[in-house]
Design a binder for this molecule. Structure first.
Ligand code: ADP
Length: 209
């Protein structure tokens, strides 16, 4: 099974483009969702975190209090390191599992030659090692800011800070095998996704024959 990475800065349209692929029946794994799943109530990771940081890190309902955790690791780099050492391998293994790269094989009736790994930090982390090819969803920074502000009700400062912490647009584009220009109307973007999907599905058939 080939893995195609789908990335882009905040507000570039990753989720939107991923949805178009999913509507074509492509299996997509979202790294952000996996990162939340591995610390859901009942997980070993959450138990370890509560053991390490104390019960204050949990909400009254027993879920992870993300704001409290953010505050702790923001103030203490060593704690951030501890948390990353714990979660990194767990997230990585779970992404691999959901991509059908490990024990659990792809369903025998899965109709396509590839699966999608959707991640804002695909290129910044070792997640890109999982990807055979990379799709970058691209818009100018100003469009990223406007769309994120209207989606999240964030102010411009917050969005600019997040963008500054991500890979610069030019560097990201340089690493792309395919670029989706998401300044276009959604119907046009959807057609581009269909064309890209046809290419990605056909390529793997060629490689196998
Ligand atoms: P990401 O997942 O990369 O953060 P989203 O897919 O959530 O980005 O898109 C950010 C916002 O921009 C969303 O509100 C989405 O509906 C909107 N959006 C995405 N693509 C387009 C487009 N081509 N034209 C107009 N709005 C768009």
């Amino acid at each position: 099974m080939r893995v195609i990475g789908l990335t882009g800065g905040i507000g570039s349209g990753k989720s939107t483009v991923a949805r178009f692929f999913q509507e074509l029946g492509v299996h997509a794994v979202d790294a952000d969702i996996v990162a939340r799943e591995v610390v859901e109530p009942g997980t070993q990771a959450l138990a370890r975190i509560a053991e390490h940081f104390g019960k204050n890190i949990l909400t009254p309902e027993g879920a992870l209090d993300r704001a409290a955790l953010r505050q702790i690791v923001f103030e203490a780099p060593a704690e951030r390191q501890w948390l990353e050492n714990l979660l990194h391998p767990i997230i990585r293994n779970e992404i691999r599992r959901q991509l059908w790269l490990d024990d659990e094989p792809a369903p025998s009736d899965y109709p396509h030659q590839y699966v999608l790994l959707v991640s804002p930090l695909l290129l910044e982390t070792d997640q890109h090692q999982l990807a055979d090819e990379v799709i970058v969803v691209d818009v100018p920074v100003e469009t990223q800011i406007e769309r994120t502000m209207s989606r999240d009700q964030n102010n411009r400062d917050q969005v600019e800070r997040i963008i500054a912490a991500q890979m610069p647009r030019e560097d990201r584009l340089q690493k792309a095998d395919h670029v989706v220009d998401n300044t276009q109307p959604l119907a046009v973007v959807e057609d581009e996704v269909k064309a890209l999907h046809a290419l990605l599905d056909a390529n793997s058939v060629d490689q196998r024959s």
